[in-house]
Design a binder for this molecule. Structure first.
Ligand code: ADP
Length: 162
């Protein structure tokens, strides 16, 4: 079975990476899909986000990373023979929106199932936006993002790496 894991990944964090590694262990193949237009003004371009994800997942042979073209996620999944959409859940606050999306996607294509993986406790407070906020003001993000992302953020915000 092939699964897709969609998100904005602006940029990928250790929380995402944990979900990717766990899902990769459950499925034959996992395609991480970077939604190009989901964040209104992303810090990283879609291509930069893909490149950072690819670097961060290079050790996982059954994981691929692509930009999600402007089609419905369930249509992309069906076309690429993916039977499962993987989502991560951090807190109750994620639930309402994810529940709505999962039900809508099931209505659109009942054959594509959505599954939820609970965040690792140590990453439950982590989001791409909080990481960007810390990095913007020069805070230490070691252990919160994969090393290539730490470098890319330092470059974006014009900081020396310690
Ligand atoms: P963010 O909300 O950080 O901007 P995305 O939109 O890129 O993240 O999220 C893609 C998917 O990853 C969503 O299913 C989201 O719930 C999940 N996710 C985000 N951060 C974490 C985390 N720290 N732990 C587990 N799942 C996460």
């Amino acid at each position: 079975m092939i699964a897709v894991y969609p998100g904005s990944f602006d940029p990928v964090t250790c929380g995402h990476q944990d979900i990717i590694a766990r899902a990769a262990g459950m499925f034959e193949g996992l395609t991480v899909l970077v939604a190009a237009n989901s964040a209104k003004s992303p810090l990283f371009s879609a291509d930069e986000r893909v490149a950072l994800l690819r670097e961060s997942c290079a050790h996982l042979p059954n994981v691929g990373v692509e930009v999600l073209p402007p089609v419905l996620l369930v249509d992309y999944a069906a076309e690429h023979r993916a039977g499962v959409i993987v989502k991560g859940l951090r807190a109750v606050s994620d639930f309402e929106y994810e529940f709505q999306m999962a039900l809508l996607n099931r209505r659109l294509r009942p054959q594509v199932e959505t599954i939820f993986l609970m965040t690792a406790a140590e990453y439950s407070y982590l989001s791409s936006s909080i990481v960007k906020e810390i990095a913007r003001f020069g805070g230490d993000i070691e252990g919160l993002v994969p090393p290539p992302v730490r470098r890319a953020l330092a470059e974006k915000f014009g900081q020396q790496q310690s």
